[in-house]
Design a protein around this ligand. Sequence first.
Ligand SMILES: [Zn+2]
Length: 460
Amino acid sequence: MRCLLFICALLGAAQSFALDRYSVEGYQLPNGLQVILKPGYERDHVAIRLVVGVGMDDFTCADQQLPHLLEHLLFSGIDDTGEGGLEARMQALGGEWNAYTSNADTTFVIEAPAKNQRKILDLLLSLLTRTQLTEQRISEAKQVVEREDGGHYSHLQRWLDRQDLGHSASNQLAVELGLKCAERAEVQNLTGKELEAVRNTWYAPNNMTLIMVGDLDRLLPAYLERTYGALDPVEPSEHLPLPGIEGKAQSERTLVRSVVGDTATLHWLLPEPVIEDQNDETWDLLRDYLEWSLYSELRLKNGLSYGPWAEREVFGGVSFLSLNADLARDDVAQARQVMGELKDRLLKDGLDPETFARLKNAAVARQAWGVQGNSALADYYWSALGDYDDGRFADPSKRLQAVTLEHANHAVRAVFAEPGYVRIEKPLFSYNGLSVALAAVFGVLVLLIVGWQLWRHGKR
Ligand SMILES: [Zn+2]
């Protein structure tokens, strides 16, 4: 009996522990470094995320690769042994690391054995403070960044980008609307001086958040205060304002993709108007609803598309909701008609209450199992930093619950009030079209040869 009670208590504890995902031990060091600690699910492992508040959006188009190039340089070594020596140190500690530069931040992602967590944090700190940005290292890092971006930016690629042929449909629209840089940012003309400036301006404790989830060392807070707490804060810099819609875009365009093929992809992109309460959750639910509607209409009822999808994407300061379908080339017009009818029905009757309730329940339920394990939890905190306040992350399931059918109907009317933008991606020729064209060319050649022979005979 006692044993059973013990197991019940244990299960109860585990359950309350699992429920408490949104509560963390969060505090700020005197130098401004934000620390978020969470004892995690698995033993012997710690997931570390150091988020630095500088991303590509903090720079003009020409300089956008600066934070990315700096991120690479910070892995170039802390002494004469260079990047190989640095990597070997990490291997000796049994951890793995990587880093990512996005539009909004630069983040160092580390998975570490719990027993070496402090040594690994030491290594991360020396990478931040001791890396020398020599000319040699800068030119090597430039090559790597260039390769990551798909090799040297050739004249042909630049020309294609200028013609909007090198971008995906949503990116193409974003360029047309002035929300995104038209050309790929280059690295060759970035200088060591500029890189040092980025490091001095943005890589400061008061612009960083350290997230640690897992089997945390009991001495961690004291250790952090002694080490990371010694970093000097800087005068905070302002982020550049995000671009809004400036240019005018064509309401409809066909984008050529490859030379020959019988498929096409249809995109209908709609800027999301900002709505008052639960903006993100409302649009997320609406995306789920539209994806389900596309699936029932385009696949189940009409068999036009195998995997139609709805998507949300942010460019600059504008968020887009899109309806998309992979199609046979000849079915584009029919699919557009089906999408148009779907819109008319939604505007006339609103969302189907039963379907909306079902999808909302599914979205709420997903919150219970969508984040599993230390690493996923650390990534979740990273993605939700905007919803963090004083030891607590906002609970998304509560906010999803708060989205009512009226709310969603209001959003549907708002988003379909504007016509949006249609982009059709397809190859230059269909196979049929190409066969006909080739047959015609062949026919003309035959006629020319026969004509020439007749002319020669006639002359003789
Ligand atoms: Zn990179």
